[in-house]
Design a protein around this ligand. Structure first.
Ligand code: SF4
Length: 225
């Protein structure tokens, strides 16, 4: 439940969001005094770096992602980038965790994957058909009250794709939180094709781009969301 306590001023912690130089990227200047790169101990940095070396899964994915970025920077759509990434990590079986609201987009994506010799398998968020009241969600919180309304079931979506032994899973428009659960329960690596935003036509960045005027409410402190 949302807290009704008075909102305290934000703690003044320096993070990369406060950094004005982003020097870790090109090293064309100086690192700031409280830089997360220079303040992190060498062992922690080395531990992360080791993940990208050798022939393990992390290393293969890191190199594949960099190869797709470096080869096609600014030229491929995300749909195409997912295909290029899948091919580079040797993924053939592509699981799709789809939202019911984006099933038409999923149907097109399935055709695209097949056209690229990949094997798609889509599982809808409503799979299992469990009424919301069965997991303790009151009827008052249903979108259409007084009707059967299935929960989103990201755990079952993940389990079905795990049983199918997908090599790579793709999220198509899962809700905030349902996507978290899906990722948590997915055995295969997960990437996102569409990030749901019911208000902005699935472009959540639009709210940030326009927060200076149309969406200035985003910056109002203490909203009871
Ligand atoms: S790691 Fe350091 S240089 Fe890079 S963005 Fe964070 S604070 Fe800035």
């Amino acid at each position: 439940m949302p807290s009704k306590k008075t909102v305290r001023p934000e703690k003044q912690t320096f993070t990369c969001a406060s950094c004005g130089v982003l020097n870790c990227y090109r090293r064309s200047g100086d690192f700031p005094g409280l830089c997360l790169t220079t303040q992190t101990d060498d062992a922690t940095k080395a531990h992360a770096q080791r993940a990208y070396l050798g022939r393990g899964k992390d290393a293969r994915m890191a190199r594949a992602a960099a190869e797709v970025e470096g080869t096609y920077y600014g030229r491929l759509t995300r749909v195409e980038e997912i295909i290029a990434f899948a091919k580079r990590i040797g993924a053939k079986k592509i699981g799709i965790a789809t939202c019911i609201g984006l099933i038409e987009e999923t149907r097109v994506f399935v055709k695209v994957l097949k056209a690229n010799n990949l094997e798609p398998y889509a599982v809808l968020c409503k799979v299992g058909s469990v009424d919301k009241t069965e997991i303790g969600i009151p009827d008052a919180l249903k979108v259409q009250k007084g009707t059967f309304e299935a929960i989103c079931n990201p755990v079952l979506q993940a389990e079905l794709l795990n049983q199918w032994k997908s090599d790579l899973n793709v999220i198509v428009g899962l809700c905030v939180g349902h996507d978290s659960l899906f990722i948590r329960h997915s055995a295969a690596p997960v990437t996102t094709l569409i990030t749901k935003d019911r208000v902005t036509g699935h472009n959540p960045a639009a709210a940030l781009y326009t927060s200076g005027f149309y969406y200035k409410r985003l910056l109002e402190p203490g909203r009871n969301l």
